[in-house]
Design a protein around this ligand. Structure first.
Ligand code: MF3
Ligand code: CO
Length: 275
């Protein structure tokens, strides 16, 4: 989901709780089924992602897994997007387009983002996959982002406010950076979003900022939480293909995402494998 760098505060201020889609418990069960399919698809992609395999191969497997389940890949055709996953390799942050010509090599770090529509309900999740042996710095970068994701999910609480999530993501990223002796960048132009009957719904969810702002979180809302973290400066650049977003300084970047429902008991991750 795109915000535009200067627009983040204005967007958060504009959205009010009543504009955010509320799901019934039965609808959240349907979203859970869509989410479980996304999780299963990503697990299959992780299994296949090895040196010598192309990102186009990963895309083909994802599309097949989604369609065999009677679902539809939500990315395919979205604003003209040409594939079923985004595969963002190394300095690519998000929206990398998979290709049979892009063969993964030992030491690559690939973020795979996947969405599916099952019975009208959307699931959206992303993982960062190390290809073979990657550097300790890359593993730490990916762990920092995954930790920031889970810290954000922990703040998906009924009665809280939207930017409680943003703040928790930021704090976790900063804490990981102190531990790792690195100043990680948090990408500003892209962030999380509401999800349900569409992939991208209100509200936009920034990955940093003060807590206590934006709409109040209520049971029945669902949000995709998706930090994007860079090893260097968070400034981004879009490639000529009109999709691929890379770090301006060429440093590596990672992306982790879950779709999460707000329940009376707290956050419920929708994009985990079925148990
Ligand atoms: N999954 C991305 C997000 O989380 C969106 C991908 S849009 C596509 O916001 F068109 F690139 F597929
Ligand atoms: Co998303």
């Amino acid at each position: 989901m795109t915000s535009g760098r200067s627009g983040v505060r204005a967007m958060v201020a504009r959205w009010r709780g009543r504009d955010i889609e509320l799901k019934t418990p039965a609808e959240l069960e349907a979203m859970r089924a869509a989410g479980a399919l996304v999780a299963r698809t990503l697990a299959a992609v992780i299994e296949l992602a090895k040196p010598g395999v192309s990102t186009g191969d990963l895309d083909a497997l994802a599309e097949q897994t989604i369609r065999e389940a009677g679902a539809v890949p939500s990315f395919l055709g979205y604003h003209g997007y040409p594939a079923s996953i985004c595969s963002s390799v190394n300095e690519q942050i998000v929206h990398g387009i998979p290709s049979l010509a892009q063969v993964l090599a030992e030491g690559d770090l690939v973020s795979v983002d996947c969405g599916a529509i099952l019975e009208g309900w959307h699931g959206d999740a992303a993982v960062t996959i190390p290809i073979g042996a990657v550097s300790a710095a890359d593993l730490a970068l990916s762990a920092a982002c995954e930790e920031a994701l889970h810290a954000g999910i922990g703040a998906v609480q009924p009665g809280g406010r939207l930017t409680d999530i943003s703040h928790a993501v930021q704090l976790a990223c900063e804490a990981a950076g102190r531990r790792d002796g690195v100043e990680y960048g948090i990408v500003a132009e892209y962030g999380g979003h509401g999800i349900g009957t569409s992939m991208h719904m209100d509200p936009f969810l920034p990955n940093f900022g003060e807590a206590g702002q934006g709409p109040r979180l209520r049971a029945g809302m669902a949000l995709a939480v998706e930090p994007m973290i860079t090893a260097g400066d968070p400034e981004t650049r879009e490639l000529e293909d009109g999709w691929t977003v890379v770090t301006a300084d060429g440093a590596r970047a990672v992306h982790w995402e879950h779709s999460v429902a707000i329940t009376d008991d707290g956050p419920r991750i929708l994009t985990l494998p079925a148990d």
